[in-house]
Design a protein around this ligand. Structure first.
Ligand code: DQA
Length: 147
């Protein structure tokens, strides 16, 4: 089965973007880390990033089709700032019935108040936050436990 790992806006800047908050590893490093975690858990990895909200909606719909075909282990979604703004992402997750883990590199609850609310959380099976980029590997292991 496929683990679909989706990354939203500004995550292409990992490595140089606020390294005190997000660390020094690049998105490519994160993909390599996810590749190892998926190999260890018997998943095929599909790893993507976009800065566009509608593209994330389209990808969630794609995940829904894979889910229906029995080929999806689940989705790990770091929606970036769209976490805090997007009813469209909330609706897409609800509308597809996919297993989804919400992920944040930083502990959003220890940061600005506008990061405390998530439109993703009520539609997610689980939430991972504050473990740095290692949270991606932890979320893959978590997904394996949900199969
Ligand atoms: C983030 C947290 C969000 O608040 C922020 O907008 C991001 C990254 C994280 O991974 O910690 O872009 O999702």
């Amino acid at each position: 089965k496929t683990a679909l790992i989706l990354n939203g806006p500004n995550l292409n800047l990992l490595g140089t973007r606020e390294p005190a908050v997000y660390g020094a590893q690049t998105l490519q490093d994160v993909e390599a880390l996810c590749e190892r975690a998926c190999l260890a858990n018997g998943f095929k990895l599909d790893f993507r990033q976009t800065n566009h909200e509608g593209t994330l909606v389209d990808w969630l719909h794609e995940a829904g089709k894979l889910h229906t075909a029995g080929k999806l282990a689940g989705v790990i979604l770091n929606a970036g700032a769209y976490t805090h703004t997007s009813v469209a992402l909330h609706d897409a997750i609800k509308g597809t019935g996919i297993t989804l883990i919400e992920l944040h590199i930083s502990n959003v609850h220890a940061r600005e108040a506008f990061r405390h609310h998530s439109y993703i959380s009520p539609a997610a099976k689980a939430v991972m936050a504050g473990f740095g980029v290692n949270g991606y590997a932890l979320a893959v292991a978590g997904l394996a436990g949900m199969q």
